[in-house]
Design a protein around this ligand. Sequence first.
Ligand SMILES: [Zn+2]
Length: 185
Amino acid sequence: MPNSTTSACKRMDAIALQHAPSQCKIWLPPNHSTYGCGAVETHQHAFHDCPRICTLWDFHSTALDCFGVDFNWSSISDLEVFMTNRLGSHHYDALYILWSLLVASLLHSIWVQHNFVQYEHRSPLSARTWTEHSFHAWTMSIGRWHRLQDPSCADRFGALDALRILQNQPNCRDLWTRYPHCLQL
Ligand SMILES: [Zn+2]
């Protein structure tokens, strides 16, 4: 792994730990799924496999599929497991940052919504609302990360290049078009 990638890994682990629920003591009682699908609520089910949840991952996975980025449970539960296709390899360091921010943002949102539904008896968000909410949370975290970097940081420019490609992916083009200033760089 190149030195620049190694340092990016360390930075992103630190960032992810600030947001991901792995920082907290996550305790799931031996119940069935919060969303009533009938499955036993393991960590993998609650954070990834539940039909209410996997649509979120599917949306972002489809958007980043052009780079061959993987959102399987084994990958998102270990941030060091990150691979891309040939196109993604041209933006590897920047994609790793964008992907880590997205994973951290989604895990945080899934945990917050889980607890709203489970303990505050709120209605689950619709898939459309949650997808849009997750898009905003992710782009806000990108903007924050971008502002905190040194102006000469190569990853800043790499991230912008990768985002320009992402903005043209069919399944998320509408969101980028409706919110052209969402990054607030
Ligand atoms: Zn479920």
